[in-house]
Design a protein around this ligand. Structure first.
Ligand code: SF4
Length: 299
């Protein structure tokens, strides 16, 4: 299946918002039997890190494979990295990689077109990544879904009312982390929001780099200082609260603004805990405001 994200994204809208919208539209099982090939002007313009966020969450949409055709951005990213051929070997590798890109006239089982300009900062309201809304939208009615019972179950767990707003929902925990959204560009986006501000009183806020390499790069440019001064915990790389690792767990009915990829019941350690997925910048904005806000107003 080819998924084209056309046009351009607005300021404050990120790769996470794009993939949450794709899953919302096609469903958490919509990718069954498909490989997802992402393209279109928005994806072509994205950095490798942004593309990784989208491809990483393909599985949340039911697709076992998600990829972007290799292009100049890919080759630039790979050049000079460990285990990548050097010199003429690199040129040969690039020629091969180019040869395996999809033909311009390739035929797909299905083609989906999305308008990037219509994507707004997006958050989940339910218990799977497809149960998502744009930040300015009201929560949907169960009858709007092909599986109203599934939506009712999600509302029961989350404790929200259909038709109400998610904007302004108070949070208890803010988590910038996970393999989906804790790359250097994610940490930069979150730090930009946190800079010069303080984590809202009573909120536990964590920043957990996606890898030791990312942590070192972030520290080199001083991002850790911005987070620490703002009152975030600056932690060693790992999965942490994405899956309730060690003490990184929600307690009771706590609500977590999280840049991770799964909002399943119990995923963050408490059977009653509630996870709201969003971009790292949105998490940082929620941390300093103590509630879900529209990051476009803080960017
Ligand atoms: S548990 Fe770790 S590897 Fe798995 S999705 Fe979360 S951050 Fe990624």
């Amino acid at each position: 299946r080819r998924i084209n994200v056309n046009g351009a994204l607005s300021q404050g809208v990120y790769a996470k918002d794009v993939i949450l919208n794709i899953i919302r539209r096609l469903g958490v099982a919509g990718g069954k039997g498909f490989a997802y090939e992402y393209g279109g002007a928005v994806v072509e313009k994205m950095s490798m890190e942004e593309r990784m966020t989208i491809c990483n969450m393909s599985i949340e949409g039911g697709a076992l494979v998600g990829y972007v055709n290799p292009d100049a951005t890919t080759f630039e990213f790979l050049k000079g990295r460990e285990f990548v051929p050097k010199g003429e070997g690199f040129d040969r590798a690039v020629a091969y990689w180019r040869s395996v890109t999809s033909d311009p006239d390739a035929r797909y089982d299905d083609v989906v077109n999305m308008d990037g300009a219509k994507v707004e900062p997006t958050v989940t309201w339910g218990i799977n990544p497809g149960q998502a809304v744009g930040i300015s939208e009201k929560l949907p009615l169960p009858e709007e879904f092909s599986d109203p019972e599934g939506a009712k179950k999600a509302y029961e767990h989350m404790g929200w009312r259909p038709g109400s707003a998610i904007l302004g929902t108070p949070i208890n925990v803010a988590f910038v982390g996970s393999c989906t959204n804790s790359r250097l560009s994610d940490l930069r986006a979150a730090a930009k929001i946190a800079k010069g501000k303080k984590v809202h009183p009573g909120i536990r806020a964590l920043v957990v780099p996606g890898s030791a390499g990312v942590k070192a790069l972030a520290e080199k440019e001083g991002l850790h200082k911005i987070f620490i001064e703002a009152g975030f915990e600056w932690r060693a790389a790992g999965c942490s609260m994405c899956l309730a690792m060690n003490p990184d767990k929600l307690q009771g009915r706590e609500i977590c603004a999280s840049s991770s990829n799964r909002n399943f019941v119990g995923r963050q350690g408490s059977p009653g805990g509630r996870t709201i997925l969003m971009s790292p910048a949105m998490v940082a904005a929620a941390a300093v405001n103590g509630k879900i806000v529209d990051v476009r107003e803080y960017a």
